[in-house]
Design a protein around this ligand. Structure first.
Ligand code: ZN
Length: 600
């Protein structure tokens, strides 16, 4: 899924001051994992050369484009001065300045006085599964550092190291970071570099391989068949590194977890030199890996200007996620098909499924894919996910990647493709240390390669909401979009996760049988036809037929009641892609190029 190349902030006067004391210029963290069943990381942060009035803060977001306010998990913040011997001296006052910021030292101290070494201690509670979170329990610890470690706003560029202590016997630690001076310690050139590399602490299996000049490690929980998985990961790595002209790193780590992640905590999170993925099947792990690994280029190194520098204090708005995420999904599917893991029919089925999904969302008529990117911060609201409120930039962006590839092949008689766009962005921006200017720079690169204007394409489908003329693009490769319609059950409400983790009615369709029967937004769903709601009720509801009666046992303001109604129906268009029987010579060439990732 998501992002970050870390800016190196320019050191100001404070940086010079700290640089003058090289022996103590590293900000040091100790993270105790004692009593893991309490789910609390005990953090001690040592700040060398802290000037009076030094502030510390914890990010409000990381790993997802959602403000999740990690500060609410923090407790018992204390600070002491460190004596020259390194032992704790006098207590220093801690003043909370805002929801995520604290000042060390009182007002009098802030007025002036020498720099001193300070130590801040606090604990922070996490026991959430999956790659976007942090977790400490009796089985393991997984840490996204931005979710547990304070930073000093004007000292993010200074070196840091982290020492884990009080590990359960037999636990080991692994991270895609340089080792520190002792076991279970890691270091990084800056806070930003540190938080781009999660750490797993526990017992796990590990295997390694070399590919195209880089070393790869796979860290996986005990169980899965590594031979089959390793073979597929190598195919993905091989295809994507060849495509992009070699790996942009020397070493890369896949942190993989196979388990009951169908609904909660599943997904993948990209970092510059590693990815963390949780999935419920090997096939899902492999599909997510094809997407996440491509992020090592697209978003981590080929990076939009609008995401730089990272602002840990509030939302960061970007129009570029249709490309950074959506086109990464296009390449996830290309990698799977072009490396032979998928058949061409599976690629066609993927594209048909994406078109079906976009078509099922009435919001496609008024929300552009750039607006969907700006609104990514609403993803945490369940009701926002309803088809009449939003589209997904993953979904439409992936489709636009496919259509762009075909349009570029059409404009150049199959001499150039979207592959060349990715390579040119890599050489013009990523390798030269530049960030691209969102859709405008993508369009420039496309036009440079295609030798014609793509103004219409970007105006109509990227910043606009015109219906995509699929048939026009697909026919370039001798492909045809087949449309079928069927009646499916319409529950009349959208189920969402409630604050306590149970299911709640996130929205009710106006005029639907559900509304007529008395269902209201906010109702907690206790049972559905006498059963506890399944892990994915939206999916489960699709197994019903139009007209079938359902009984919802709900709780509203402490009162329980039963609501029964017959499901409505709606027509769903379902799209599939097929090859036309007698393609022209040019269509055949372009189709072969599209499927094999080649040009003439
Ligand atoms: Zn992604």
């Amino acid at each position: 899924m998501k992002r970050f190349v870390w800016p190196s902030l320019v050191l100001g006067a404070l940086g010079f001051f700290v640089a003058a004391r090289p022996a103590s210029a590293t900000i040091h963290y100790t993270v105790s994992l004692a009593r893991p069943e309490q789910h609390r990381f005990h953090v001690t942060m040592t700040i060398p050369g802290a000037l009076p009035g030094t502030e510390v803060a914890i990010p409000s977001w990381n790993a997802l484009y959602q403000v999740r306010d990690f500060a609410y998990r923090v407790r018992d913040v204390e600070a002491v001065q460190l004596l020259p011997s390194g032992s704790a001296g006098a207590r220093t006052s801690v003043t909370k300045l805002g929801k995520q910021t604290w000042r060390l030292g009182d007002d009098a101290e802030s007025a002036g006085g020498p720099a001193r070494d300070l130590q801040v201690a606090y604990s922070i509670e996490w026991n959430d599964p999956g790659p976007f979170n942090s977790q400490l329990n009796k089985d393991h610890a997984f840490v996204n550092f931005a979710e547990i470690l304070f930073y000093i706003p004007n000292r993010r560029a200074e070196g840091v190291d982290v020492q884990f202590t009080d590990l359960v016997a037999a636990w080991q630690s692994v991270a895609e970071l340089p080792q520190g001076t002792s076991s279970n310690s890691f270091k990084a050139a800056s806070y930003d570099a540190l938080v781009d590399a999660p750490v797993e602490v526990g017992t796990f299996n590990q295997f390694e391989f070399e590919k195209n000049g880089a070393h790869f490690r796979v860290v996986i929980n005990p169980g899965p068949d590594r031979a089959s998985l390793g073979d597929k990961l190598q195919k993905i790595v091989d295809y994507e590194t060849h495509l992009m002209g070699g790996p942009p790193f020397k070493e890369y780590t896949f942190f993989l977890k196979l388990g009951p992640y169908a609904d909660v905590g599943g997904g993948g999170m990209e970092h510059s030199n590693c990815t963390a993925i949780s999935a419920s099947s090997e096939a899902a792990l492999v599909e997510i890996a094809a997407h996440e690994f491509f992020h090592a280029w697209n978003v981590k190194r080929i990076r939009p200007k609008s995401l730089e520098p990272v602002d840990f204090t509030k939302e960061q708005h970007t129009r570029a996620l249709w490309f950074a995420e959506g086109v990464t999904s296009t390449y996830g599917s290309f990698a799977l098909e072009r490396s032979g893991i998928w058949t061409p029919a599976e690629l066609y089925s993927e594209i048909g499924g994406q078109i079906t999904e976009l078509d099922s969302r009435p919001a496609r008529r008024w929300q552009s894919v750039e607006e969907s990117s700006l609104d990514t911060w609403f993803d945490k609201y369940e009701a926002y996910g309803a088809g009449d409120r939003s589209i997904s930039y993953y979904n439409k962006g992936e489709i636009l990647g496919d259509m762009l590839d075909l349009a570029i092949r059409d404009a150049t008689d199959n001499r150039k493709s979207l592959d060349d766009v990715m390579r040119l962005l890599n050489s013009e921006f990523a390798r030269r240390g530049f960030f691209y200017n969102d859709s405008a720079d993508i369009r420039k690169v496309v036009e440079q390669l295609a030798g014609k204007s793509f103004e219409d394409f970007f105006r109509c489908y990227v910043s606009g909401t015109d219906e995509i003329p699929y048939e026009k693009f697909l026919s370039i490769a001798g492909l045809h979009l087949r449309e079928a319609t069927r009646q499916i059950a319409e529950p009349g409400f959208w189920p969402g996760r409630g604050p306590g983790g149970g299911w709640r009615v996130a929205s009710v369709t106006t005029g639907s049988p559900a509304e007529v029967a008395g269902l209201r937004e906010g109702d907690e769903i206790v049972t559905l036809n006498g059963e506890a709601p399944s892990r994915n009720p939206a999916f489960w509801l699709r197994s019903y037929s139009p007209g079938q009666t359902i009984a919802l046992h709900i709780r509203r303001e402490g009162q329980e009641q039963e609501i029964q109604y017959a499901l409505g129906s709606r027509e769903e268009r379902e799209y599939s892609i097929e090859e036309i029987a007698k393609p022209a010579e040019r269509q055949s060439r372009i189709r072969a190029g599209f499927l094999h990732g080649t040009t003439d």
